[in-house]
Design a protein around this ligand. Structure first.
Ligand code: GAF
Length: 355
């Protein structure tokens, strides 16, 4: 069975209780939530200025709060996975006195957002501030996909995002006969962040050898040209080959989804997975096994690893009636303990009314 997702109401009431416990029984005055995301296709293309096709999920993070007087603020996390202490006092950043990253780790992203956020009411600048927070405070040189889809997500739609222009096109996902299933491998390998930074550097190296501003501007012909082949070492060649191929696949996949050509979409998902496994080398045995187990089931169109890799989740497109059989087969075949979520395309970050 797929795991239930806690409702927004449950999360807000949990956060409100925690707030009252920490701040003298007074109720919070404001609340907001932001969704997690799953990427359907277009992996490791965002920092190459390519295309991605994610959707925002109904799994959200909730924040409640009240304005503090002066420059002092206190933040508390409800996350069981956060390092201690889980309640931290901060001095709000002012010109010349930035909020620097430090311990506990969980505060760094929050500090980064406080540092970069400008209240200009613009969704794109919100997403960019959050990406900068990852770069400067959490130490993750990520692209813009996660932040953009979390801010712009639309109920019933995936978003085809152009990570160069930051424009997004909604792609409807309303066929009741169809399900996107997220399978969490529940493994995370420690090399994920160092390998991510390395991949990004390898892509920049490839673009510079090809004399292009980014791999978005390169074609397979550029990559195969004799002069480039002579200068590209095997690893850099394969990284570029994945990115150039994946950008094309993402555009094709968005088209096939619009046409309801699910077989075609599924085939592109598997090609994406194989490319991430063999050329980009960011998959791992757990993810490969999950994809193989899903693909054995009748009614499954396609499956692939999703996100940065080295653990984490797979995403599978299947006929709705095949969901129980798919989950069962994965449980039988996978040596770990997976968890399952039905991906419901949901709206993006928003303020909430407190009753
Ligand atoms: C992580 C990053 F945060 C994204 O920006 C993206 O690069 C993704 O890995 C790979 O597609 O989620």
């Amino acid at each position: 069975m797929a795991s239930p997702v806690p409702s927004l109401g449950q999360l807000v009431s949990h956060a409100t209780c925690l707030f009252k416990k920490n701040f003298g029984d007074e109720a919070p005055k404001i609340a907001a939530c932001a969704p997690g995301r799953v990427n359907l296709i277009g992996e490791h293309t965002d920092y190459n200025q390519g295309y991605v096709l994610p959707m925002a999920l109904s799994l959200v993070t909730v924040v409640v709060g009240s304005a503090s007087s002066g420059q002092e603020a206190t933040i508390v996390t409800a996350s069981e996975e956060a390092d201690e202490p889980r309640k931290v006092d901060l001095t709000l950043p002012i010109e010349g006195f930035p909020l620097s990253p430090g311990l506990p780790h969980w505060t760094n992203y929050v500090k980064g957002v406080m540092h970069h956020y400008r209240d200009d009411g613009d969704n794109l600048s919100k997403a960019i501030a959050c990406q900068q927070a990852e770069h400067t405070h959490a130490g993750v040189p990520c692209g813009i996909m996660d932040q953009l889809v979390s801010v712009l997500g639309m109920e019933g739609h995936a978003l085809l995002i152009d990570c160069r222009s930051l424009e997004s096109i909604p792609v409807p996902l309303t066929d009741p006969g169809l399900v996107f299933l997220i399978t969490n491998s529940n493994v995370k390998h420690s090399l994920a962040s160092s390998e991510y930074a390395l991949r990004r550097a390898q892509c920049e190296k490839a673009a510079s050898i090809l004399r292009k501003p980014s791999l978005r501007d390169a074609t397979m012909n550029d990559l195969e040209a004799q002069e480039s082949r002579a200068q590209l070492d095997d690893v850099t060649y394969r990284r570029a080959c994945h990115v150039i191929g994946e950008i094309c696949r993402t555009l094709k996949a968005a088209e096939s989804l619009k046409r309801g050509a699910y077989q075609e979409f599924g085939k592109l998902m598997v090609e994406s997975h194989n490319s991430l496994r063999d050329l980009y080398e960011v998959s791992c045995k757990d993810l490969d096994d999950l994809v193989c187990a899903a693909m054995e089931v009748e009614g499954v169109f396609g499956s692939r690893m999703t996100g940065g890799g080295f653990g984490g989740c797979t995403i599978t497109l299947l006929k709705a009636h095949a969901i129980d059989r798919t989950i069962q087969n994965i449980q039988e075949r996978y040596s770990g303990t997976p968890t399952f979520y039905v991906a419901t395309p949901s709206e993006g970050a928003r303020a909430l009314k407190l009753s």
